[in-house]
Design a protein around this ligand. Structure first.
Ligand code: NAD
Length: 351
């Protein structure tokens, strides 16, 4: 007998080529009159374009989002939203920009309209992160879940191929862990498998022709689905490892997820057979961990922690930190096995 709780995410999703043209109507339907448009400094031109599209309904552009939402950046953005009398935030960019929007919404309860341009999936989750004194804290709050998400593949064609591929594996990691999550259910399982399928189909196209809209559309669709399950299920060992490595050694977010993924999946292989069959079906591979690794290699993704800034001497401490406050995982964890997993990931051994 099935028994589960399914919590649907409240977001309204508009998905289309040139969906950005729907923005003024979506803002109007939200009842917002004074939108503040957020971006990173690198994507300021996009924010200016969005502000122009909103005309009198925009109060300005705040192009200062940075990775991991440092508390000082969040405070300044919150002050700016108050100073301008904003009644809505438009977050245009990747997880860093959506994260800044969430930091504003957490205090003010302003609605967020998100326009994602990577595959990180933050726009679909009620999870926020803030970094203070070098420590990243995360939490869940329904106030930070965007009310509307506009997915426009056209806005992703400038995301460099290497970043796109790493971001795609970051998304697949959400879905892989959703398949063996403690609180998975038939709906999240269906969504997760479809998300992996769409990304595995789209990423080779993006790697070959980054400006081809068909591959971009597959990947963004997959990213939406993977983000949706990240928002509704609890994550396991893979996300714990990435949290520790990113938080303590400041390794790049999407690349860390990429390198760890085949090893976390291999670790859980025997303990989560149903999840593995679904990954294999979605990726058209006979073996989930080596299939993921081979796709990474084919798409020139980073394969080893040593390539992305980790030192072997730090693996011991990383294993201890993972064991200090472990997440639920289908296979029990112990320090020695986690060290071996990290060692395999450090050298990029094929699982
Ligand atoms: P990012 O948002 O930091 O973007 C990386 C860089 O790529 C930035 O310089 C950005 O301006 C640029 N960029 C983004 N889209 C572009 C495009 N289409 N064209 C050209 N350049 C583009 O990276 P990310 O991987 O999307 O997000 C990582 C952050 O998001 C981390 O801090 C992570 O913890 C957080 N995150 C949070 C959640 C959540 O649910 N709260 C989920 C996933 C990620």
């Amino acid at each position: 007998m099935k028994s589960f709780v399914f919590e649907a995410m409240a977001s309204r999703v508009v998905f289309a080529e040139n969906a950005i043209e729907h923005l003024p109507r979506e803002i109007e339907q939200l009842g917002a009159m004074r939108a503040l448009v957020l971006s990173t400094p690198q994507q300021e031109a996009l924010a200016i374009d969005i502000s122009r599209r909103l005309g009198l309904r925009s109060v300005g552009v705040y192009p200062h989002a940075v990775m991991h939402v440092p508390i000082e950046v969040a405070r300044k953005a919150r002050d700016e939203a108050v100073r301008l009398g904003a009644d809505c935030v438009v977050a245009a960019g990747g997880g860093s920009t959506v994260g800044l929007g969430k930091a504003i919404a957490l205090e003010s309860a302003l609605p967020i309209l998100a326009i994602p341009t990577t595959y990180a999936g933050s726009e679909m989750t009620p999870i926020y992160g803030l970094t203070e004194g070098g420590l990243k804290k995360t939490g869940r709050d329904r106030r930070v879940l965007p009310k509307v998400v506009i997915y426009d593949p056209v806005l992703t064609i400038d995301l460099p191929a290497a970043m796109s591929i790493a971001s795609g594996f970051n998304a697949i990691a959400h879905a892989a862990e959703a398949l063996y999550a403690e609180n998975s259910n038939p709906i999240t399982t269906m969504i997760a498998e479809e998300g992996i399928r769409a990304l595995a189909q789209g990423m080779p196209k993006v790697a070959k022709h980054p400006r081809d809209l068909e591959g971009r559309s597959d990947c963004l669709y997959g990213a939406w689905l993977c983000g949706a399950v990240l928002g509704t299920t609890s994550m396991a060992l893979h996300h714990k490892l990435c949290h520790v490595l990113g938080g303590t050694w400041n390794l790049p977010h999407a690349e860390t997820h990429t390198v760890i993924l085949p090893h976390a999946v291999a670790y859980n292989y025997a303990a989560a057979p149903e999840a593995m069959r679904r990954i294999e079906r979605a990726m058209k591979t006979p073996n989930a961990p080596s299939g993921i690794f081979d796709l990474m290699r084919e798409l020139n993704a980073p394969l080893a922690l040593k390539e992305i800034g980790m030192k072997h001497d730090d693996l011991d401490r990383a294993a201890s930190l993972v064991m200090q406050a472990p997440y639920y995982n289908p296979r029990p964890t112990d320090r020695e096995s986690i060290f071996r997993l990290l060692d395999d990931a450090f050298f990029g051994r094929r699982p």
